[in-house]
Design a protein. Sequence first.
Length: 417
Amino acid sequence: MGRNVSRRRVLAGIGAGSAITLAGCLDGEAGNGNGNGNGGGASGDADAMVGVLAPVTGDLGDLGTPIRDAGILPGTQLEDAGVDFEIDIRQEDTETDPEAGMTGAQSLVDAGYPAITGAASSAVTIAVAEDVYFPNEVVGISPASTSPDITDMNGDFLLRTCPSDAWQGEAMAEIAYQEEGAETASTFFLNNDYGQGLADTFVEAFDAEGGEIYEEVAFESEQPSYSSELESALGDDPDLLMIVGYPDSGEQIFRDYYADFDDGTTIMVPDGLQSNSLPGNVDNEMANVIGTAPSAAGPGIETFTDLFEAEYGSGPGVFNAQAYDATALHILAQVAGGGQGSSLSDQIREIAAPGGEVVGPDNLPEALEMAAAGDEIEYQGASGDVVFDENGDLDAVTYDIFDFDMDGYNVTDEYVF
């Protein structure tokens, strides 16, 4: 049976560039940085310092706000449990823009944060990693950046709790050809690292399945109309149209599609368009649209969901569990003595690797005590096992398959890849 995941409200009181200090005075002060990009880290008053870098505004804002909130949630959980540790979390809005993302990341580094959860957009994460993470040896864990290009970057200082689209493109192609019976397809994708990377892997995999690609059409974000681009993508009457984008652009794309081009063609979308508000904003039930997204089905998913609903008033969405796991790993690694730079990266990998007492969202406060005592622990998360390979990628993944109705999206099946 399908599961409808409702949207959530914005976290009250946490604005762009603000900080919360948990298990201590909620005074909004930032970290103890020294301004050189390798700041005081967790060596000052706080036992752990984590920046959360997420798109609260811009094309990805609809999905990015709950990602931000989930990244903050481990700190709130620990504060509510009354742990005897001071956890300092500060968030910055990337605005779904690489320049704004680099500015926000540099602000976090200058304030002394040695660990950052983020960014979300692949284009932002790539820019932030090259400009800020790598030169300053700050450890970033992205919960949502799925571009295959990230695999070839420095896996010591950029890891992911989400899977690469090198897998998702293959999964989408296999579902399109084998399950949907599509023999021909066109792609319609956002002109950035995320859109191009996922479209390319889909095209290669669909061709390998035996399908034929008609058109590959790129589009720019947040345009007033997409009619001419849709006409190009649909001109040869493909069996399936694969669309890669974000919700703000997606609303106009689907308005234009249903106004002028709707002939029942199957449309397939990835996680970037997995938004509960999309059908209502388009004013169409979107019955011809199916999608895939990384699953969140780890051993701690029920506890995480309960925590999220209690804090924010509605259920979590796509990449929210991955954001929680990223921040939880950052906190545990620092409390375990991970320090900064490559030693912190090594500690994160050690905590996530098999072996030791299993910890996760269910017992995060106790896990913090064990980490501080030097006990061997194995973090199993809300999103799943978060075992990293040498590139900082996950070594296994499961995808949800979803469809839409007027109330939002419904997860109907899963695909183990």
